[in-house]
Design a protein around this ligand. Structure first.
Ligand code: KG4
Ligand code: ZN
Length: 360
């Protein structure tokens, strides 16, 4: 039997469990795309029964950033324990689970492979459907969890360590990309600038906290505006400007107020994120705005976006900070809507490190 036959047979048998529309759908979700080993049990897409996150941050802090090889090994060490915890926290066992949802890209290939292999093993052993999820679709879906009334279409700013996209969420898992970063992702810029100022890893949360002690108006940094697409972003300019500012201070022996520097950098990034999003909302007459991804937990961005939306009478949606950074509840939510659409993956599901948004 070749692998295609094997996979189609497999899909046939797992679908034997028949469900009616009124039945609850329970998803066990797994997320290991970067440096969090996470598992969750989610009922009907939006009810999170458990959400276990084992963070590797302390380990990677020693090296100033995520070390892929260490991340993979740590995922292997933790994954079974995290899944067991997610099941026991939710008061369920694998007998109650209807499908396994798992992030299969984008992310670190070795890290993704741990989650994908684990998901395939459970799906095979328990004859359960397997639903591969795009990590960014997961981030966007985090908005559904705490906002029961939110449904597509809406405008969403996705800002993570690897992505900066402004999209219209047309449908569950259906995106129209309006703009994207031309260089660094917003989170990457936060991390690089934090390292340059000496705040270390993880940069985003540290700049967020440190900025509260600084004056955001102290230094004016450039805002990356691109003439050919008003919705695209560029953060390499502001990052270089911060590095130049530090070099100049070092060469001239001038003292640097690091809190002012952090706050001014953060303001420059937040301003451009908010202004692009508001322009898209006005141009496209969209009055429901959401944010997603790790940088969506940034307090300055949340406040600025909230104010801008209030001024214009738009509804603003943002996940709680713990649902903005990597977690498996958001993957369970996305997997549920994929499951309803009929998305099923075979045992040939592979990790796809550079999976593009909208790709299957
Ligand atoms: O979504 P995420 O957890 O992982 C990826 O999919 O990339 O995002 C991680 C990124 C990191 O760059 C991190 O520095 C940034 O999100 N981040 C923040 C904050 N919390 C996390 N950036 C700014 N302010 C924060 N509070
Ligand atoms: Zn993420």
């Amino acid at each position: 039997m070749n692998s295609a036959d094997f996979c189609s047979n497999y899909l046939y048998t797992v679908n034997k469990k028949t469900k009616t529309a009124e039945d609850d759908i329970m998803i066990l979700a797994i997320e290991t795309s970067c440096d969090e080993t996470a598992a969750a049990v989610v009922r009907n897409g939006r009810e999170v029964l458990s959400n276990v996150i084992s963070s590797q941050i302390d380990l990677h802090t020693l090296y100033g950033g995520v070390v892929p090889e260490i991340a993979s090994r740590k995922h292997i060490e933790k994954i079974n324990q995290v899944i067991e915890q997610a099941l026991s926290d939710s008061g369920t066992t694998l007998d109650d689970i209807d499908a396994i949802g798992v992030t299969y890209g984008p992310g670190l290939v070795g890290a993704l492979l741990v989650g994908v292999s684990e998901a395939k093993a459970i799906a095979y052993a328990r004859k359960l459907p397997l639903v591969g999820v795009h990590h960014i679709e997961g981030h966007v879906s985090a908005n559904y969890i705490e906002n029961p009334s939110l449904e597509p279409p809406f405008l969403c700013l996705i800002v993570s360590g690897g992505h900066t996209h402004l999209v219209i969420v047309r449908d569950y898992g259906g995106f129209e990309i309006l703009g994207r970063t031309r260089d660094d992702a917003a989170g990457e810029a936060f991390d690089k600038v934090a390292r340059a100022i000496g705040l270390g890893y993880p940069g985003g949360p540290k700049i967020d906290r440190f900025s509260k002690e600084g004056n955001p108006e102290a230094i004016t940094f450039p805002q990356g505006k691109l003439s050919d697409n008003p919705y695209d972003f560029s953060f390499s300019g502001v990052k270089s400007a911060v590095l130049n500012y530090l070099n100049h201070a070092r060469m001239t022996g001038t003292a640097v107020n690091r809190a002012d520097l952090a706050a001014s950098f953060q303001k420059s990034v937040v301003d451009v994120l908010v202004s692009h999003t508001m322009k898209a909302a006005e141009d496209l007459k969209m009055d429901r705005i959401a944010i997603a991804g790790g940088v969506a937990s940034n307090s300055a961005l949340r406040n600025a976006m909230d104010n801008a939306c209030k001024e214009r009478g738009y509804s603003f949606f943002r996940p709680s900070p713990v649902l903005c950074t990597d977690n498996a509840a958001m993957i369970g939510c996305a997997a549920y809507y994929e499951y309803l659409k009929g998305t099923r993956h075979g045992l040939d599901l592979n990790a796809v490190p550079n999976l593009r948004l909208g790709e299957r």
